[in-house]
Write a protein that binds this ligand. Structure first.
Ligand code: MIG
Length: 665
């Protein structure tokens, strides 16, 4: 059951698609007060209450004990003290004395203090907001109920569940071919190669640099014949250059964000001086989406949207102010305070609140200054593309995901979690985010495997992939400043082959479970306690997850570890996948603690009692996966039925094709 309470006049977000009657008054169990023009919602947590949710955010699966500032932010230095990332997913689930969900639907800043200021107090501070209190008999039911009102999740084409290689720094056709060759010649599976900003002409969206990529259509076709899709990046900002058709056309139509006087607001991002498409205006949104056509026409079927917080390196006005200030310091003998003030003028140019308060949107519900609707930008940029795909080829599913997002976005596309680093702690953070994202509808999600910033190692890469095989978005991506981290760039290629192959072996399971969950609102990845709510130990598990209906995973996430301890909350069957999934061993384990050894080329997971899981023979790509001759992992005494998705892999209309397979003990 959902109860909606409205405070003030929050801007429209279209996060919720099943309309709810609106009440005024106390959003029980929260109390509310006004403080400095803000609303503060409070709830006293029970001593042992856990708090889940918040999608893409810092810290553990249980969010209690930290403060979270939901304001979409492009900042790639993701250290433990951070409070904002690239997404704003304002749903929490309190699990304990009372178990309930709460969604704070406001596209401006929303701060969740979850036992940070006072260990027993949960406070949520924001401006005008719709608060949805979600009740149900269990955590799972509450999530189902929330997911029901926000609408069902995006399902990409099936090939998007294959393995993807990406790196900022593939500059031309030869670089792309080298990656393709590197995978194929080493017998490593591959379904996608990503194209980062260097494929464009001067970082202009929807252009292709002809010297570097003389014939993208031919290249895309050649790779696709081998089951490898090219996936180009699209940035939010449009280069402000006369003669560039996207700029000229958008300008003429009035589709860019404007300053207080109504003139296009210019910012500097990758293309240099740029303007921001006003994606909160439905006409401008669709117009921007329609630009993807030039790439679709060249055989491209997947995109990743970047820089859409929107990220701003600096604005001309602010830069001028800083330069004027610096000029005023010229010839002075600066002390350290003066030096700090001077450098501060430049350090704070990026993503400044001053800029976010200086431009406007023509939204469906009127004119808004950007800061009031900030968290909606990436969502609507991405929605525009999705809306256009529906026109371009209505029944076809395209791969689409974005860096920045808000709840509602999950209906149109997936997300990746931005610029993580090649740190073991970020592998753990990746795991911890998955269930929170799931609660907010973001099933097609994943992190840059191996880490984006900094240098990875063979061991970290392998362990990260071994976790990543259970995440829907399975992409190795890194910055141009990092050492090579393609799987063939390492010494022990055999171990990489084994782990990547296992992804394909479990793909029929992962994909079938994904499609079921996207439609039903069930969670694909869950905290262990959601399946074992009465188990006190399960409440504290921070490094294991339930994945789909049948299994629990427990990845190794420590350097030099030969294995790890696992908490098994009930009788299960331990499965050890070996040799790329071509072989496995199994052992029944009772509830309790176990130390498991996990060599770098193996994966250990746990099958629930009464459950089965299909296993395919590994393949070089999704297209050549043989799903007719499945093997079965099973922990059953009676025959059970397993529903497997038998869609064609790319149409929306075939998604409901499931086959019920009877599995004998
Ligand atoms: O300012 O396009 O998160 O994945 O490789 C950096 C270059 C811009 C940030 C993205 C990252 C991508 C990079 N981009």
């Amino acid at each position: 059951m959902v109860t909606k309470y409205t405070f003030g006049v929050p801007p429209m977000t279209e996060a919720v698609v099943v309309p709810q009657p609106s009440f005024s008054g106390m959003p029980t169990p929260f109390s509310v007060k006004e403080e400095e023009g803000k609303r503060v919602f409070s709830y006293t947590l029970g001593k042992d209450d856990l708090v889940f949710g918040l999608g893409e955010q810092m810290r553990g699966i249980n969010k209690r004990g930290w403060i979270y500032d939901n304001w979409n932010t492009d900042d790639p230095i993701i250290t433990e003290g951070r409070t904002s990332l690239y997404g704003a997913h304002n749903f929490i689930l309190v699990f304990g004395e009372k178990t309930f969900g709460a969604f704070f639907d406001s596209p401006a800043r929303v701060v969740f203090d979850i036992g940070y200021t006072d260990p027993d107090e949960l406070t949520v501070t924001c401006g005008d907001v719709d608060v949805y209190i979600v009740e149900g008999d269990s955590a799972k039911e509450i999530v189902r109920e929330f997911r029901r009102i926000i609408g069902s999740s995006y399902v990409p084409p099936k090939w998007a569940f294959g393995f993807a290689q990406s790196k900022w720094g593939y500059k031309n056709e030869d670089d792309v071919r080298a990656v393709w060759k590197g995978y194929r010649e080493n017998g490593l599976p591959l379904d996608m190669i990503y194209m980062d900003i260097d494929y464009m002409q001067d970082y202009m969206d929807f252009t292709v640099n002809k010297e570097r990529f003389p014939d993208l259509t031919a290249l895309a076709a050649e790779l696709k014949a081998d089951g490898v899709y090219l996936v180009p990046i699209i940035d939010a900002a449009v280069k402000a250059k006369e003669g560039y058709h996207v700029y000229d056309d958008g300008l003429e139509k009035g589709y860019f964000c404007t300053d207080a006087e109504g003139k296009p607001f210019t910012v500097a991002v990758w293309p240099g001086e740029s303007v921001l498409p006003d994606v909160l205006n439905p006409a401008a949104r669709l117009w921007f989406g329609a630009q993807y056509k030039v790439l679709l026409d060249q055989g491209i079927e997947g995109f990743w949207n970047d820089m859409n917080e929107p990220a701003i390196f600096y604005s001309k006005d602010r830069l001028r102010e800083a330069i004027v200030y610096a000029a005023g310091e010229l010839g002075k003998d600066l002390d350290t305070d003066a030096y700090g003030a001077l450098t501060g003028k430049f350090y704070t140019l990026a993503n400044s609140m001053e800029d976010y308060n200086s431009f406007y949107h023509n939204s469906v519900d009127g004119r808004h200054v950007h800061a009031e609707v900030h968290n909606l930008y990436g969502y609507n940029m991405t929605r525009g593309a999705s809306e256009y795909f529906d026109i371009y080829e209505p029944d076809r599913r395209y791969l689409l995901f974005s860096r920045s997002s808000y709840i509602g976005h999950h209906r149109y596309a997936g997300i990746w979690t931005g610029d993580n680093a090649s740190w073991w702690s970020h592998l753990k953070l990746n795991l911890a985010m998955m269930p929170g994202l799931d609660m907010c509808g973001f099933l097609f999600a994943g992190a840059d495997l191996g880490g984006h910033g900094g240098n990875t190692t063979e061991e970290l890469m392998l362990r990260w992939l071994a976790f990543g095989i259970f995440a829907p978005l399975f992409r190795n991506h890194a910055t141009q400043y990092a050492r090579d981290q393609e799987c063939y760039a390492f010494k022990n290629i055999g171990a990489f082959r084994s782990i990547l192959n296992m992804r394909y072996a479990i793909l029929p399971y992962l994909y079938s479970e994904f499609v079921k969950c996207a439609k039903s609102g069930e969670m694909l990845s869950r905290p262990v306690v959601f399946d074992y709510p009465e188990d006190a130990r399960a409440r504290t598990v921070e490094d294991q997850l339930m994945i789909g209906a049948s299994i629990m995973i427990a990845p190794v996430m420590e350097q030099n570890a030969k294995g790890r301890y696992v908490y098994v909350p009930a009788r299960m069957k331990m499965i050890r996948l070996k040799k790329g999934g071509n072989a496995f061993s199994e052992r029944i384990v009772e509830k309790g603690d176990y130390y498991i050894e996990v060599p770098l080329d193996e994966i250990v997971f746990f099958l629930k009692e009464g459950a089965v899981m299909p296993l395919a023979k590994p393949a070089k790509n999704v297209a050549s996966l043989d799903e007719t001759n499945l093997r079965w992992l099973k922990f059953i005494e009676e025959p059970v039925e397993y529903e497997i998705c038998r869609d064609d892999g790319f149409t929306k209309s075939s998604l409901s094709n499931f086959e019920k397979i009877k599995v004998e003990p």
